[in-house]
Design a protein around this ligand. Structure first.
Ligand SMILES: *Cc1c(COP(=O)(O)O)cnc(C)c1O
Length: 344
């Protein structure tokens, strides 16, 4: 078997949810969009529901329907994209809560599903989703008369605590929701860490649950162990891999491991990456191939069956940094070829 093993620790996931929950005095939701940040929304959702999560968020109605089948009735499932044309049946049958983003969506929702639960998403400055202040002012009374269950907005710079945008969005959100007697939500993972002013009535962490920054104290959730296919000795002056990108300056023992950019190990991380085994750091050599990476294992007397790329010693965010991206992208790019093992 040459597929790498992706181990997902659902106990660590639940521990992260509880840790984020302890940081606030309000209920803690869970964002499981993009198939639970690549880790399987159904399994992640069940583990978080068992831990006590009662409010889930997904990006699209279709994701909500899959999650509903996995977690059953009870927890609320809200949809960030709101009520899109063609969504009414799925919203109704899966008992989803669309987070209405515009006057058009509000009209569509009332026309298609009058009386069905909905929330409202406001734009407090990010200019991505939600009603703008003027739009909201125009329909606020009508919308509130339909009794939304949540009013939310999203922070653009929450992972940079002293960014002035945070306070600016907080003020705008307060302004837009003043005197409104509906539960409010502003904070994702970064917002939770900004402190109580940002917590309102419900938080919506995503990445922190999965062990990612900006939740630096998170327990690692994911590990990735990649099988060694072959080991060879490379003499001085010989090259390794495409474009001869590595040239041996000293005699080098090279292991070829079985995962590559088609498995989400982004090619841009190239020679910056390293693997781990028994406390040793083992640098990747040359280019990342589609299905393989070559690794300098000169330091190892005995080369093991697997080398570890992601684990307790080397986080998803470390791998992201090598690739010039963020942990979110590494997680959601983890490929379909891995053998997935869920610890619970
Ligand atoms: C993705 C997302 C979240 C979760 O954000 P994290 O940074 O992963 O915690 C919360 N709210 C909205 C609107 C989102 O799009």
């Amino acid at each position: 078997m040459s597929n790498a093993t992706l181990t997902i620790d659902l106990n660590a996931l639940a521990a992260n949810w509880r840790a984020l929950d302890r940081m606030t005095d309000v209920p803690t939701g869970a964002v499981v969009k993009a198939d639970g940040y690549g880790l399987d929304a159904g399994r992640v959702g069940r583990a978080l529901a068992d831990a006590g999560a009662r409010h889930f968020f997904v990006a699209a109605a279709e994701e909500g329907a899959i999650l509903r089948r996995a977690i059953g009735e009870g927890p609320e499932i809200s949809v960030f994209s709101g009520h899109m044309a063609g969504d009414a049946e799925i919203i109704r049958s899966a008992r989803l809560t669309p987070l209405i983003n515009s006057v058009d969506q509000l009209l569509l929702h009332v026309e298609m599903l009058a009386g069905h639960r909905f929330g409202i998403q406001l734009d407090s400055g990010m200019n991505r989703l939600g009603m703008e202040p003027s739009e909201w002012a125009a329909v606020r009374a009508i919308a509130l008369a339909q009794e939304p269950t949540l009013i939310m907005s999203h922070l653009a710079c929450a992972d940079t605590p002293d960014h002035p945008m945070n306070a600016q969005q907080l003020a705008t959100f307060r302004d837009m929701t003043e005197g409104v007697d509906v539960p409010r939500s502003l904070a994702a993972t970064g917002g939770i860490l900004l402190g109580p002013d940002y917590h309102f009535d419900l938080t919506r962490p995503g990445v922190g649950l999965y062990g990612g920054l900006p939740f630096a104290q998170a327990t690692p959730v994911v590990s990735l162990d990649v099988p060694v296919i072959q080991v060879r000795d490379v003499a001085v002056g010989e090259t390794v891999g495409y474009a001869n990108a590595f040239v041996a300056k000293t005699p080098t023992k090279v292991a070829t491991v079985a995962a590559g950019y088609a498995d989400g190990l982004i090619r841009a991380m190239g020679g910056q990456a390293s693997f781990r085994h028994a406390g040793q750091t083992l640098p990747a050599l040359g280019r990342v191939s589609m299905d393989m990476i070559t690794v300098d294992v000169t330091a190892l007397e005995d080369v093991p069956d697997h080398l570890q790329l992601i684990g307790p010693e080397q986080t998803v965010d470390q791998v992201a940094e090598w690739a010039g991206t963020i942990g979110y992208e590494i997680l959601t790019s983890l490929g379909g070829r891995y053998a997935r093992v869920y610890l619970s």
